[in-house]
Structure formats: C-alpha cells, structure tokens
Design a protein around this ligand. Sequence first.
Ligand code: SF4
Length: 474
Amino acid sequence: MQFTAPQFKDNAARALADPQLQKALTNVEKGFIGKRAAAVAALPEFDALRDKGREIKNHTLAHLDLYLQAYERKVTESGGHVHWAESAEDARRLVLDICQRVGAKTVTKGKSMITEEINLNDFLFEHAIEPVETDLGEYIIQLRGEHPSHIIAPAVHLNKEQVEEDFRRVHTHLDPERDLTAPETLLSEARQVLRKRYFQADVGITGANFLIAETGTSVIVTNEGNGDLTQSLPKVHIVVASIEKLVPTLEDCSQILRLLARSATGQDISVYTTFSTGPRRTEDPDGPEEYHVILLDNGRTAMLGSEFQDMLRCIRCGACMNHCPVYHAVGGHAYGSVYPGPMGAVLTPSLFGVDISGHLPNASTFCGRCESVCPMHIPLPKMMRHWREREFEKHLNPATARYGLGVFAFIAKRPRLYRMATAIGARLLNLIGGSKGRITTLPFASGWTSIRDLPAPEAQTFTQQWAARQKQGA
Ligand code: SF4
C-alpha cells in the first residue's frame, strides 16, 4: 500500500469532508461497541482473563528466543519448514521462492494483516502470480484496488451500494435483476466465484492469530470458513506470521481465545478456530503436501526491552480503534499505514520509524478508552506519549510548538512566575471572551479557532479561586 502517514493531516481533512465515509463510520460505533460490552458483561471472569492474558504474553516475550526455537523444532518434527525473515523484503522473497518452485500461478489468501504489512499482493502480481483474497471484506477491497481500513473489518468504510456497484462491475455474469444489497446474497455470490478459485490455487497463504510452541501449531480464527479452504485445498500452505504471535502452550492459547472474539466482534468465540500442525499425514483425508511458516521480525526485536515492548502483546482484536473518537471521525485510511487507530499510532512508528510517521502519535485525545478496553492491558496512551517525546527530541514537531513548550517549561519551573503569568493570561482571555464567554479568533491558535470557538476561561485561575475559598473558610 502507499504509505501516506506523513500526510495524516491532509488525509484526515479529506475524510472529515467525505459524507459517505462519515455515514459508514457510524457503523463502527453502532456495531462493535454494544456487542463487546454485552459479551464482556456476560463473562464475570473477563477482567481476570485479561490479567492472565497479559501474564502469558509478558512471560512469552521475556523468553521469546526459547519459545521460537521450541516452536521451530516442533514444526520440523511434524514435517513442516520454518523460514526466518528479518525484513518485509526477506518475507516477500521467501514466499515468492516457494511459489515459483511449485510453479504457482494463483494463490488464495486468508485474511492477514501481516501480508498487508509486507505488501505481498503487489509483489506477487509483479511476478505474474495472482493473489486471490477469500475473506469477503478483503475480497471487496481487492475488487476496488484498496487496502483494509480496519484490522478486522477491512471494508467498514464502504456502504452496501458501493459494494453492489463493485460486484456488478467485476462479476459481469450477474443478472441485473438480482438484489445484491443483503450481506447473505453478496456472500453467496462471492462464494460461487471463489469456489472455483480455491480449486485453481497452487498455494494457500494465511496469517496466524497464534503460534503454539508446545505443538508447532498455527491457529487462525475466521467467521466465514475461508481460511480453512485456503489452507487445506492447495498442495502448499504458507503461514506468514510475526514473531510475537507465539504462546507457549495450547492451554495459553485457549485462555487468550476467550478474550479475542469477545473484544473483537462481541462473539463468545469465532465461528471457526482452526489449528494446523504440519502437512497432511498419510491417514489425513485432506490437507497440503507442504507446510511452511515464515516468521517475520520486521522491527519487532528492536521493540523488546524498549518502552514499546508492551505493544507486542497485541492480539489484533480492533477494540482500541472501535472505541477511539479519532478513528470514528477519520476512519482507517487517514492513518496512511497498514495499522490504523491507537494500536497503529504506536506500532507504525515502531515498525517504520517515527521520522516518517507524521502525526500518528498525536492523533489521540488521550481519553484513555483504548487502554480501558484493550484485552491485553496495553498502555496505548502512555506509549503515544513516549513517541511524542521522541518527536520532540528529534525536532520533528513544528518550531512554534517546540518554542511554545520551551517557554511553558521555563515558566512552569518557577512557581511565582507561573502564578503571575497564568493570572494575567486568564484575565486577558476572559476579557477577550467578553459577555459571550467565547473566543472566535486567537493569534497562534488559529488551527483551533478557524473551525470552532474557544470557551473563555474564568477571570481567576484555579489557584486564585482556591486561595479565596480557603480565606473564606478560615
Ligand atoms: S492494542 Fe489491544 S485493543 Fe488494540 S488491537 Fe491490540 S489487543 Fe486489541
């Protein structure tokens, strides 16, 4: 995908001015929040499970080298192959080598954010291999030549009329009388087309929600069953997964699975949870002849031991973006990177560098909802603050902001000066606000006042009012 994170402000302005997108984004608020809340309320031990999930992931990250080695041993014992990819380029090359060795012309794909991260589809196309997305949402955005705008609902930015239009444009065999606006009809139409593609595919590529060190198993959760067909019908199955997907045991995986669907879609559990261990054995009725796992680092090792390590606990449930007022306002594409919302605002600078991540760490109101709903207790606002500190240290913010903060720091460290400056400032702003109590233009704050009034403060500061009350009480 085209990386446009540095243009976040322009992307956001365009998104805010797009009435269709604004309407579609109301579905995020309406759809996900209530369902998650109901699922959480129905499980009294949900908070205890969150603690447990955090503990499992922290333990795994503290011993990641050992668990990765154990996982590789088990995959090899079961007849599979593990390949190590330090960078996105390495991972793409490994996928291509396997595809070219078996003469693949078509590959089917289960929904996978990691293959978005390494931009796999474009790369395969460039090498005359056609990737076919099989998850309905991913299939729709592939028809449109777009990228996901949400990590679990890739086409959430679209309305049903747009989707119908895309189907009619590409599925030219469709009867014009056939109503395609109901999700079931769309699903059945996509299913008919995709069935043929499954049988044509030489290779199936999936991501993994979890990798289990104890058994060498990769786990995917889906609601459509497309992942199962992707990984069991072609003769080669490739799993592309990042290293932090590891959990030590099946028991650990089952604990975190109880958090995942509830946090993501409000389901007790996803419709399909599929465990794959190695290629087809002689007694198996079906399955791939070759099973490969590509383990991707792509900057994760550098996060270990840093103030961003907690981000590696993420299980990609999407709850943080579902509850984020900034995501609700601008949608996922405005973030200009693979991962949107609060998790993207932390992960994008970690993976691609804060220098080119633009305003992402600033795209937050710091309301704290993301952290409060995160099933893995990831302190997202704290990590965004760390990125803001790095931005400041590297002089990436505008000079006016830096000088402004410098002046503030100078004053804030001198209590008498601070009290005097804030008293003058409050009085002045109160006078400017006049009888309406609102300020419509303000030098150095035109970004705020050009689109909304600033409420004028009280004429006295908090400390002045507090001192006056103390005096009255004495
Ligand atoms: S940061 Fe937390 S809430 Fe957001 S996707 Fe990851 S696990 Fe889910």
